[in-house]
Design a protein around this ligand. Sequence first.
Ligand SMILES: *Cc1c(COP(=O)(O)O)cnc(C)c1O
Length: 383
Amino acid sequence: MKTNQGLNTICVHEGDVEDQTYKGAISPIYPATAYAYQGQEDSAYPRYFNTPNQANLAKKIARLEHAELGLIFGSGMATISSAMLSVLKSGDHVIVQNQIYGGTRNFIKKELENYSVKYDFVDLNDEKAVEALIQPNTKLIYLETPSNPLMELVDLKKIAQIAKAHNLITMADNTFATPINQTPIDFGIDIVVHSATKYLGGHSDITAGAVATSKTLIEPILHKAQNFGGSLSDQTTWLLERSMKTLNLRIQRQNKNATELANFLYHRDWIEQVFYPGLETHSQFDLAQSQMSGFGGMLSFKLIKEISTTAFLKELKLVKDVLSLGGVETTILSPAKTSHSLLSDEERQAQGINNQVLRLSCGIENVEDIIDDFNHSLKHNLT
Ligand SMILES: *Cc1c(COP(=O)(O)O)cnc(C)c1O
């Protein structure tokens, strides 16, 4: 393997499945569920996560994340649940970043409880608070950076240092940043997880997940994954591979669109606040520059209270008011009504999420057309 290849080359070529029969330019699909017997452990089978398509795509993700090995899953939550339960057993304790994806929060509160795993949510940038929570049974620190929806960052290096001093494993959800903008393993994080449903898939048409980590830590994850059975079909694995060929191109464009939109919104008098790590006014801009090579396609903003977010969304023609994120099309949603609707009012308040907050997932369109769409909706709502 060449180590000095550029990101576009890695996205296009790493983990190609060679077409040995016809020498075609792309990976063939191997949808078989029955392969030659080579011993119970080594025979290929989709739920063993080791078919040619699964195993090769895992190489692409591992290389992008600067990890030794990877695994492809049927969804982000299949990944996160398998990875967490590979580290945590009954009686253990996990420390979790305050602001995380709603589904992960639900998994921790609803499922880990059943396994008698204890948890604490905390602001991971508050070092003293984190240290105070560490107990003899603490095994894992779990985080997301940038966080959903207000783009708060966690200092990866600092958290990894604290964890190592106490022999804890760190796990980071890198869905928002993608390995193009941030490689947590370089800062000492042990395990990286992804909802590939978002940027890795990138076209709002695939549900998948991925993990990237060391040879040692992947073993227990693989065993959990095989027992829980959250594997991805080879057809979809192949589609994800095709999508990832353009990952770097898409992300560079989404970074650029998000930066331009963040700057545009920042200067409007109908906007109260913009949350984007690439803005100099972001409270963690220095940290963003030190651990991110690009600032991502996600941003949030608060409309002034004179404008109803419902009315603003209703008048948008190009930007779609839909769930999910990370596609080539620009999408928008109200976190209070969607991704964070399961939180209590107090929990939302504590996280600074009110009804005026909208979360934007920037696509690859011409940014002027997005700005036109915003201006059009605004004209309807201010007159
Ligand atoms: C969507 C998402 C998940 C869950 O992924 P699924 O593919 O929907 O299971 C996890 N983490 C983050 C940050 C997400 O955005």
